[in-house]
Design a protein around this ligand. Sequence first.
Ligand code: FAD
Length: 539
Amino acid sequence: MKKNSLRFLQTHTNMTNVIDELAPDLFGNGYQDNGDRLLYNLFVEAVEQAPIAISITDKKAKILYVNEEFSRVTGYQPVDILGENESILSDKRTPREVYYDLWRTISSKKIWRGTLCNRHKSGERYLSDLTIAPMLNESGVITHYIGMHRDITKPYESEKRVVNQKLLIESVINSSPIAMVVLDDQDKVILDNHNYKALVSDLDKGEPATYFLRLLREEMGDLWSQLQSKEQGFNNREFKVESKGSQRIRWFSCAGNWFIENEVNADAFFENASKQYLILTLTDITRQRRQMEELHIQTLKTIMAEDERVRGIRETLLGAMHQIQMPMNQIRAAEQILRHKQDDQHAGLLQILQQIQQSGDETVATMQKCIPEILQTAVIPVNLNQILHEVLLLNNQRIWSHGIEVHWQPLQQLPTLLGSENRLRILFKQLIDNAIDSICESNDEEQRLKITTHTDADLIYVCIEDSGPGIPVEKRAKVFEPFYTTRPMGGNQAGMGLVMAKEIVNQHHGFIEIDPDCDRGCRFKISFPVHRQPLKGVE
Ligand code: FAD
């Protein structure tokens, strides 16, 4: 049988009145009756065996009673500690303010709860989660204090370890040059790093994760849910983002990985429940993209320069052939007249004319052979926005140096057309070059180049509009004829640019015209069918 606590106290402490003093407060004055006595004994046993360290002290914290758990937690047996002050447990690491607060609270008849650093009998420190309640007599005067405490060193250590791990994870992800965010299954941000936080203000798109998740879901379609259900990650999903900051256009490469974590709330205590999270990383690849774009533009410049050189030779030779053709036609006419006359008088002249004609034909044939071929290029789905953007970049220097205001209004999600990227680039380079030339010619204050793309069910439209002097109505049909130019001939002005432009448009089954409704400057309207059949004869 367990020790009779009452007797124990009475025997070992000489504080015979402790329990008797407390008992009336707890059980009323008639507690010595049989029924109440039973309850009283039960109470004493309950306190004695309670799984929490209990001590009862006088008003000065002198210990009058301790239960078994107290001895287990502190290492002090009753014989060691009864009559001592509770301060025997103090490690002196607990700041004095805590004790002041403790005493201020309990002396004013309130319950104090807090954590103290205690010292075990062996000298080992432990953390005590302590509650002290004052006990009042019938007149409301404090007679005793009851203290209840638990050793919380281990839970505290685990809790601290979790906090430390969290801090470690946070410092690792914060030192990453990549923006990282952890999202729950409701797309709510659970954890993020400094770089991610910087995106919130830099991008001006609200919650960046929400913005990128929308782009990712749109781009990946069903693949998103497939990967999510199998917890398979994704990477290298690149997106262009227009922001309001100093860097207007930025590129991000997105990667994601799903993981499952067990729920820790009370609901999941008996039924194991888990939640899926997504780690999303956003890498700013704007610099790499710019470098790639610059490289691409350099390559295009080289290709275009070579193409221009070939075109120059072709146009010169075609021009020369065209020039030779006129006197040749006259000679052919004279030769035919003489041949019909059939008189001997002009036989010599006829022979000379035939020789000239033959040598002229040979010269033209030789020139024809010398016309360089334009290289065949692959026919692929082409995004005209991309082509026009590249051509604008190719002309960047000229546009900038002439202070031309560019209104570039591409339709997002423009359908593709099947065609030759290179040929279409030449086409738009020609039209934009012409537009810039016209703008530079004009004395108008307004220097404006407007390029728009749009579409309807069947056609893709491109409009290139300049604020130059325009083309008079009577000349509008002629500009598409060979060797016709509104500018002085020479250099690049061979009058073949729009001929070639029209040829390229035709090869792509398109249509080009000068907008008759344009009353200021000049507006070229080009349309292409949205068909996706391979084109024949595209060079
Ligand atoms: P102390 O001189 O004992 O006290 C520090 C300050 O507390 C004093 O300057 C004074 O302002 C105030 N103070 C002390 N005694 C009283 C008093 N009777 N009335 C008003 N103010 C007073 N301490 C622990 O370290 N660990 C425990 O587990 C613990 N359990 C306790 C349980 C009970 C039921 C009670 C009543 C107190 C307990 N104490 C405990 C507090 C303890 O009594 C000491 O106050 C404390 O340990 C500081 O001891 P000290 O010798 O450093 O300073």
